[in-house]
Design a protein around this ligand. Sequence first.
Ligand code: NDP
Length: 451
Amino acid sequence: MAVSDHVDFPTFMEGVKKRNPGQTEFIQAVQEVAQDIYEFIEDKEEYHEAQILRRIAEPDRVVSFRVCWEDDNHCIRVQRGYRVQNNNAIGPYKGGIRFHPSVNESVLKFLAFEQTFKNSLTGLPMGGGKGGANFNPKGKSDAEVMRFCQSFMTELYRHIGPDTDVPAGDIGVGGREIGYMFGQYKRITNRWEGVLTGKGEEYGGSQMRPEATGYGAVYFLQNMLKHAGQDVEGKTAVISGSGNVATHAAEKIVQLGGKVLTLSDSGGFIYDPEGIDLEKIDWVKHHKTHYRGRISEYVDAFPGATFHEGARPWNVEADLALPCATQNELNEEEAKALVKNGVIAVSEGANMPTTLEGVKVFHDAKIMYGPGKAANAGGVAVSGLEMSQNSERISWNHERLGEMLTDLMEGIHGKCVEYGSHENGYVDYVKGANIAGFKKVADAMLAFGVV
Ligand code: NDP
């Protein structure tokens, strides 16, 4: 029997900071989870004895590698690629690949850590991982993106596999990039296997994967509202981002009778007082995917709207808010503005878009706040279904997948309510998600002994 090492929460966090110098996003993510877990395991000595939380906050491994490629001007370019394999206690590592200039070890460690809890919450057998590179696909030709993806996979392939680690898309990695990477994996290994999710429908992809994260975030919102006796219909929504998650979240809000007022990108946000209807959303999708365009161009196509350069949409008055762009895009001041303007619910399509201070504002105001690890879990849940389809060599149709996604999001909401409800009826969804996600992984780790 190991000697109990029951350190308190501040001492635990001091250790995390000391072991991960300068990794602010990772430290922020651990702090957000650990404060809830500490309360939960207060009287559960077995978790302290086995140092479970400290073990989950130390990735199983971090692989970093050089990615060398040639641009269209025949210049040799060098990028840094990563795969962070955080925890595979309950299934193969699973989590997206991000191509963005802001990618570094801290960002990917935070995402892999969060992914471990999120994947556990889905109820499917998936561990947590994340990867990417500091490559900027913006302004690159198709041929350049292809050469980069091929070079990236030429190293990554030896670290992944259908029972080992199954990456997916994320910021900067959509169907095009997944296709190039899958093609290179197949070429190197001479094996067709479900090693990536988010694939095209023609080669083993799920019919629902592109929509799953955005739709799932709205289903989670719908469940929160239903729990409080309310509905999306007739409500206004502010949404950030204009990529995969944001456009599908907007689509589902409109389908449910809500009115979407904003979308954004890293250049600023557009505000359309008439509402961004399905036709306008299709325009955004097409414009961003086919022309790699900017959201500012929306106002040329739809003159009733205005573009706000360099700003974020959180000062626009609305009932609902869905941050769907990136981490730390909604700070304390912006959270206060949303609350002041009467927001009743926030559902995070993005990962950790709200800062710790912003989250506190939502909790203090007792509004419904669905954190990314619960609200955006629909994407990875449908990825889990894609893995099952590939293993079984079957394919479910759009309708069946839609039903499964709806059920999965209802299940995740239920777990948050189970572990996050206060006596006065208020649901702390962050706490609920953290504890429910932690418990399954921790109990599996206990079963393995000291490994
Ligand atoms: P996309 O690349 O499709 O879109 C990202 C959007 O966010 C773009 O509009 C982009 O604008 C904007 N954005 C990115 N970085 C910044 C920044 N620093 N400041 C302001 N805006 C920014 O990515 P996704 O839609 O797939 O992902 C969005 C979020 O959702 C991420 O947090 C991701 O981790 C999370 N997520 C995604 C899942 C998925 O299935 N795709 C699953 C679960 C979570 P610009 O073009 O100007 O960069």
